[in-house]
Design a protein around this ligand. Structure first.
Ligand SMILES: NC(=O)N[C@@H](CC(=O)O)C(=O)O
Ligand SMILES: [Zn+2]
Ligand SMILES: [Zn+2]
Length: 345
């Protein structure tokens, strides 16, 4: 029998870009109306590198939270080559800071200030391991000799395995994983290593980016991979392994910055985030696994209580809007113009 309603604990988004300024009026409610908590990515210009900057940013986010809403932003700090041990200690002491985000310099949107030499930060990683401050990782090498489709695998082999050998207790989340290699790596590591998976990497592969014309709104980083990799991600997401949990990586860019000769990377999935994951779990005949993936495993990993409130999805097909109007112009959401079977009640 087909279920027509699905109630799960209020989910958490463990990887989210809200941006800043006027756009917060759009991005904060879109997530706060569905999610209980979200990890807020720090790749602003300038980047959110200190506890003080994160507290100010968090305040701007809270100002855009709908009245009566309990949404809790959990701030990630931007790791640089100059991050001080003092900043690690300050982050550990602040309950609104969840950890540090490692962007290899040049890997993705606003990563110029990112890390140029991972091995040179061993003191910082040692302190993070000691204080159990999580390291969130955009796992791609950036050297020109490595093909864009191999960048995740090479990062794992060159940097992540050695890093965890040097710091076996480090709590680490490999963000937005896209390859069978990443799945295998996370499965092999101890309980201190986990991964987030986006809706686009579960629902699509590189054909959806390149066949029949280039689709800028399916372009994100790490780039969609071949179908074999997608199938491994799909398997991992429904496996019930608590190391794999929800992180949308919703990453809004203006339509004009996506539909252009040199388009930005990022899918704005927040307007349809939970229905997109429900679509995937239904395709896998595994809707009963959505609750742990969306609302359980991430909280367990990070050491938060699971939400006690609930959200209900109903089976009621709807079309994702072609555009969403924002203060900085129109944006094309991920899955625009396509049908989703589930929506929030
Ligand atoms: N995922 C993306 O393609 N883009 C993200 C950055 C990131 O998460 O790498 C963004 O900030 O636009
Ligand atoms: Zn990233
Ligand atoms: Zn991201």
């Amino acid at each position: 029998m087909q279920v027509s309603e699905l109630t799960i604990p209020t989910p958490d988004d463990w990887h989210l870009h809200l941006r800043d300024g006027e756009l917060l009026a759009t991005t904060v409610p879109a997530t706060a109306e569905v999610f209980s908590r979200a990890v807020i990515m720090p790749n602003l210009v300038p980047p959110v590198t200190t506890v003080e900057l994160a507290q100010q940013y968090r305040q701007r986010i809270l100002e855009n939270r709908p009245h009566g809403n309990q949404f809790e932003p959990l701030m990630a700090l931007y790791l640089t080559q100059n991050t001080a041990l003092e900043t690690v200690r300050a982050a550990a002491a602040d309950p609104n800071i969840i950890g540090f985000k490692l962007y290899p310099s040049g890997a993705t949107t606003n990563s110029d200030a990112g890390v140029t030499n991972v091995d040179g930060l061993d003191d910082v990683f040692a302190e993070m391991a000691k204080l159990q401050v999580p390291l969130l990782v955009h796992g791609e090498v950036t050297t020109a000799d490595i093909d864009i489709f191999d960048r995740e695998k090479v990062f794992i082999d060159r940097h992540l395995r050695p890093l965890l050998q040097r710091h076996p207790k480090l709590k680490l989340v490999l963000e937005h994983i896209t390859t069978a290699d990443a799945v295998k790596f996370v499965e092999e590591q101890g309980e201190n290593v986990a991964a987030t998976i986006t809706p686009q990497h579960l629902l699509m592969n590189r054909n959806d980016l390149l066949v029949g014309g280039v689709r800028p709104h399916n372009y994100c980083l790490p780039i969609l991979k071949r179908r074999d990799h997608q199938l491994e991600l799909r398997r991992a997401a429904v496996s019930g392994n608590p190391k794999f949990f929800l992180g949308t990586d919703s990453a809004p860019h203006a339509q004009s910055k996506k539909e252009t000769a040199c388009g930005c990377a990022g899918c704005y999935s927040a307007p349809a985030a939970l229905p997109l994951y429900a679509e995937f779990f239904e395709q896998m005949n595994a809707l009963e696994k959505l609750a742990d993936f969306a609302s359980g495993f991430g909280a367990d990993f990070y050491g938060y209580a699971r939400a006690t409130s609930c959200v209900t999805l109903v089976r009621k097909p709807w079309r994702v809007p072609e555009t969403v109007m924002t203060a900085v112009g129109p944006m094309v959401p991920y899955w625009a113009g396509e049908i989703l079977n589930w929506q929030l009640k």
